[in-house]
Design a protein around this ligand. Structure first.
Ligand SMILES: [Zn+2]
Length: 273
C-alpha cells in the first residue's frame, strides 16, 4: 500500500481559478470555488489507474502567501509609488485599495478551504504588504514574484520523495521552471511524480514566460488536466445543465431519487427562464 502526497503551488492555482480559467464550463455568473476534498479524491482516482496500490491520501501541502495589510492602508489613496527597478509609477486609487482587499480576502478563503481539507497550515506565509508589492499587484507585467512559494514546493516534494520512494506525488503547479530543480535533486521523479495542470496548453508553456516546458520532462504517469473535471472539483451541490451542458451549483441539493429516476432533469437558472 502506498500513499498519494500532494504539492500545490497555491499562488498559481488561486490565480488561474480567479482568472476564470474554467469560465467557459460554468453557467454565468456562477463563481468557481475548488473543493479540496473533491480534488484529492479526483487525484487519487487518477493515480489508481497506473498505481492500483496507491489507495490513500498522505501529506498535503498548498503553499501560498497572504499579505497582511498595514494599519494605515486606507490612507494610501493618492500616494505615488515608485518601483526600484523600473520607471513605472502608480498613484494609488480607492479602487486599487478595494481590489487589493478583495484579492486578499479571496486568497484567505482559498487557503482556509485547503487547510480545512487537511492541507498543512504551515504552508501559508504571512507577508507584511509593502508599497512596491502593491505596485506589482496592480501592474500585471510587474508581478510580485513569490519565490518562497516555488522553492517551498520543490523542497517539500524532494524531501518526501526521497524519504518515501514507494509513495506517489501530485505536483499541482503551472510554472515549469520548478522542474529542473526537481529533476536534479530527485531524478526518479519520472516514476512516481505526476503533473496536475488546469489546461492542456500549460504542458507546452503556451502563453507563459518560462524557460522550461512540462512536455520536455519524461513523466511516466499521465498528466491530470483539471479542465476535463470541472464538475468533479467544484464546491457545492454541482450539476451539469441538460440544455447548455455547463456546470452550475445550487444552495440546496436537487432530490437525488428524482434525479436518478429521470423525473427531474438538471437545468441551470438561465435555461429555466
Ligand atoms: Zn443551461
Amino acid at each position: 500500500m502506498s500513499k498519494l502526497n500532494v504539492y500545490i503551488d497555491g499562488t498559481w492555482l488561486f490565480k488561474v481559478v480567479e482568472g476564470n480559467v474554467f469560465d467557459r464550463f460554468l453557467v454565468d455568473p456562477s463563481k468557481f470555488e475548488i473543493d479540496f476534498n473533491k480534488l484529492n479524491a479526483l487525484m487519487l482516482q487518477h493515480i489508481s489507474k497506473s498505481h492500483p496500490d496507491c489507495t490513500s491520501i498522505g501529506d498535503c501541502y498548498c503553499v501560498t502567501s497572504i499579505f497582511d495589510l498595514p494599519a494605515d492602508f486606507d490612507s494610501w489613496v493618492g500616494k505615488t509609488i515608485n518601483h526600484a527597478f523600473s520607471t513605472q509609477t502608480v498613484t494609488v486609487t480607492q479602487d486599487n485599495i478595494d481590489r487589493t482587499k478583495a484579492n486578499i480576502s479571496n486568497r484567505t478563503a482559498f487557503a482556509k478551504a485547503a487547510v480545512s481539507a487537511g492541507y498543512d497550515p504551515k504552508c501559508i506565509f504571512h507577508i507584511p504588504l509593502q508599497e512596491w508589492m502593491l505596485l506589482n499587484l496592480l501592474h500585471p507585467d510587474l508581478r510580485y514574484q513569490e519565490k518562497q512559494v516555488d522553492t517551498t514546493v520543490v523542497a517539500l516534494l524532494v524531501r518526501d520523495a526521497i524519504e518515501n520512494p514507494n509513495d506517489c506525488f501530485a505536483l499541482v503547479a503551472g510554472d515549469a521552471d520548478i522542474l529542473p530543480a526537481i529533476q536534479v535533486a530527485y531524478p526518479n521523479y519520472t516514476k512516481n511524480v505526476f503533473p496536475v495542470l488546469t489546461s492542456p496548453d500549460e504542458k507546452d508553456g503556451r502563453n507563459r514566460q518560462t524557460s522550461f516546458k512540462y512536455s520536455q520532462y519524461r513523466f511516466s504517469i499521465d498528466t491530470l488536466v483539471l479542465q476535463n473535471h470541472v464538475g468533479e472539483i467544484m464546491a457545492g451541490n454541482v450539476y451539469r445543465c441538460t440544455d447548455c451542458h455547463k456546470y452550475f451549483s445550487t444552495a440546496n441539493p436537487i432530490n437525488p431519487q428524482r434525479l436518478a429516476s429521470g423525473a427531474i432533469l438538471p437545468r441551470c437558472p438561465k435555461c429555466r427562464k
